[in-house]
Design a protein around this ligand. Structure first.
Ligand SMILES: [Zn+2]
Length: 80
């Protein structure tokens, strides 16, 4: 899916991002076994994933239609 990010003006393919953070996951694993396991499972599940901007990880974006994409390309607005 092609997107335009509202936060940083990125234009291009959206990325599948994971909620939560890797460092938090490791910290949980080190301190408490069970919450760490649950946290990992949550991040791996579809609930823990979202589509977003690969540059700033924001989920505030607008999908770009094929026609808009063509227009942007013609204007040379794309740096990809
Ligand atoms: Zn962005």
């Amino acid at each position: 899916m092609k997107i335009k990010c509202a936060a940083c003006d990125y234009v291009g393919e959206a990325a599948v991002l994971q909620k939560g953070s890797r460092s938090k996951e490791i910290a949980l694993w080190c301190c408490l076994f069970l919450p760490g396991l649950l946290y990992t499972l949550w991040r791996l599940s579809s609930d823990g994933r979202y589509m977003g901007c690969p540059r700033c990880k924001s989920a505030q974006f607008r999908p770009i239609t094929r026609r808009e994409w063509k227009d942007l390309k013609r204007q040379g607005a794309l740096k990809v």
